[in-house]
Design a protein around this ligand. Sequence first.
Ligand SMILES: Cc1ncc(COP(=O)(O)O)c(C=O)c1O
Length: 419
Amino acid sequence: MSMIADVPVKDLVKTYGTPLVVYDAGALRSRLKEFTENFQSDRFETGILYASKAFSCKAVLKLANEYGLYVDAVSCGEIHTALAAGYDPAKIVFHGNNKTADDLQYALTKGIGTIVVDNLMEAQLLDQMIRGTDHTIHTLVRVNPGISAHTHHYIVTGHVDSKFGISLLNESELVDTIRILKDNPNISFDGFHSHIGSQIFEKQAFVEEIRKLFETAADFREKYGISCNTMDFGGGFAAVYTEEDHPIPIKEVCDTILSTCTEEEDRLHTGIQKVLIEPGRSIVAEAGYNLYTVGFLKKTPNRSYVFVDGGMSDNIRPALYQAKYDAYIDGKETEPVKETMTVAGKCCESGDILIEAIDLPEVKSGDILVMKTCGAYGYAMASHYNKLPLPAVVFAEDGNHRTVIRRETFEHMIALEED
Ligand SMILES: Cc1ncc(COP(=O)(O)O)c(C=O)c1O
């Protein structure tokens, strides 16, 4: 019998049904603590933003708030959720490559602290909207340093053709963007932001990113008299999905980032006072489990399938990125492997495969399959494909458990529909 946070998996299934998303809330706390304890510096003011796109709900945001994190939000919906969780709007940082006028107005009206300006047009729009009003806003400008961290192609955002940020190769657009922000008395231009990818295993990628941003800050001060005080290096810290994954420990990531910042500041004297990071996946991924009930089993000439009662509707990552996961059958963890199987979901799509190949013991209909490391970009990317209701989300901690998002009903799914 397996347990999550001292709660038997069987009890969770009996109480809430499947498919079910379960977070070990103690594991979430440990990760938050690990980041806050280690991202500290005598030299710089430091801040950690929880990248809420990884998993946004009031309960997780309340935890992040408890540990003093800021929030990275990429939509008004994410801002609304953070505010509903009790966040001080000043601690919300608004991202996104295509914020509409309505989005910006919403952020200004709600008193959001910082906007990460993605491009020249956004700077122009923000300038027009805020000039002469009572609103004030801090801004960072997202730059694309052209560093591509080693990760799957579709989740790399730092390459030169990325839709995010202004390429450092496009210096004139970057200067124009910053000048617009600096010339507006309601706007404070604080510095640069970049995010070079996700599920990054190499420290060197962050070192290169930091060097590039400090060099840019030094260069801009010298050439254009543009100074800045803040740098935000984004997220991208890896999580363990399978035994092939060996992420850099959080302490090491934090030490590397902060020591590189110190070295660069000693070398270049840019005037940077505050450094920020934006972890998402590394906070929530490993704390989350998806529980499924095994339905039918099927053999084809080349495969043995295990069908489960969820799929790409609650976890699209395997179909979208060929993301790999590990799983086990509840209560059979120590049983010998019987065969290599493919775990497939119940959606009407051939690509609805959750795990291509996994060694499993003898599996029977009615068994519970526990998929590990499902806490990031799983529920967050869930859809209603095939009109499957979204699963419930539960927090388990020290032998207790509680619902943090109720299971959707069929009625919820048609609630907004008109005849
Ligand atoms: C701007 C920005 N910050 C932070 C993150 C969080 O990244 P991760 O979940 O890999 O830490 C992302 C993810 O896409 C991002 O785009």
